[in-house]
Design a protein around this ligand. Structure first.
Ligand code: SAM
Length: 278
């Protein structure tokens, strides 16, 4: 196998989701960079892959030093496979700094696509898929959670968050306050025996999960804001004035329409009025 860095997705529940090509790369790699060697060695054993290779850890706290070690291995002619505990590396998992450094070092990088919880959850949700925003993990502190929701509330995009079972009811309660009666969705235990996806209002989800305490891994999603809701919430005049001070009228209109999903002609006319008044 060519020397370089191979980003390898692993299953998020069902072992059968590991692709034959990904198994081949893990078999052939000289070095495996992983978050937790115990988790990855267990996966290797389940897949019948020999453990006779070098395993090194890569996590948020050692990424800088380990990146240099990995680059040195590749420059010495070795192939390095990077995996996380489950799913796609780099997505709410370590790896971003490593890839950046490997690119700077000019080494060969490729990816073996596979499981990614946010994509599977979105597919199951029944919420719009044409535009979505992955926000990552929801903070545990009340104010931080409310602020995060408020920050993305007016986007014309389905919002996707990673969440844990013990925090779900609290998250739904805050989501009800911030997003009101919008549709929301919880996709749980994807690709496992008890896979389930509930899509409903926050109120109905709160009732459901109070009666059926949630377990396992989950993804929380919120439907995009409706156009009227965005209109009521954002001060279009202020947003336009701010943009017009920085970019051309055409760009300002384009960016605002894309961000908030508003009607292009109406935003254009308002932008013209502001420009002509100055
Ligand atoms: N990089 C991984 C990916 O994108 O697939 C995610 C890693 S992140 C540390 C772990 C989070 O992903 C979990 O807390 C949960 O929110 C979500 N997740 C992982 N596996 C899942 C599953 N089988 N069903 C639902 N959510 C899952």
């Amino acid at each position: 196998m060519k020397n370089g860095l191979y980003i390898v997705a692993t299953p998020i529940g069902n072992l059968g989701d590991m692709s034959p090509r990904a198994i081949e790369v893990l078999k052939e790699a000289d070095v495996v960079a992983c978050e937790d060697t115990r988790v990855t060695k267990k996966l290797f054993s389940l897949l019948g892959i020999s453990l006779h290779k070098t395993f090194i850890t890569l996590h948020d706290h050692n990424e800088d030093e380990q990146a240099q070690k990995i680059i040195d291995c590749v420059l010495a002619g070795q192939s390095v496979a990077q995996v996380s505990d489950a799913g796609s590396p780099l997505i709410s998992d370590p790896g971003y700094k490593l890839i950046k450094k490997c690119k700077e070092a000019g080494i060969y990088i490729t990816t073996l696509p596979g499981c990614c919880a946010l994509i599977s959850a979105l597919q199951l949700s029944g919420l719009p898929t044409n535009r979505f925003m992955f926000v990552g993990f929801i903070p545990n502190k009340d104010k931080a959670r409310t602020d995060l929701f408020a920050k993305y509330k007016n986007l014309d995009a389905t919002l996707i968050f990673y969440e844990t079972a013990p925090r779900l009811l609290k998250t739904l309660t805050v989501a009800k306050d911030v997003f009101g009666n919008r549709e929301m969705s919880v996709a749980r235990e994807i690709s496992k025996v008890y896979e389930e996806c509930q899509t409903a209002s926050a109120e109905d989800l709160i009732e459901f999960y109070t009666q059926n305490p949630p377990k396992g891994e989950m993804v929380f999603m919120v439907a995009p804001a409706a156009e009227e809701e965005i209109r009521q919430e954002i001060d279009l005049d202020a947003v336009l004035k701010d943009k017009l001070a920085k970019v051309s009228l055409k760009t300002a209109v384009k960016e605002i329409v894309e961000t908030y999903g508003l009607n292009k002609n109406e935003v254009y006319e308002q932008a013209l009025r502001i420009k002509n008044a100055n």
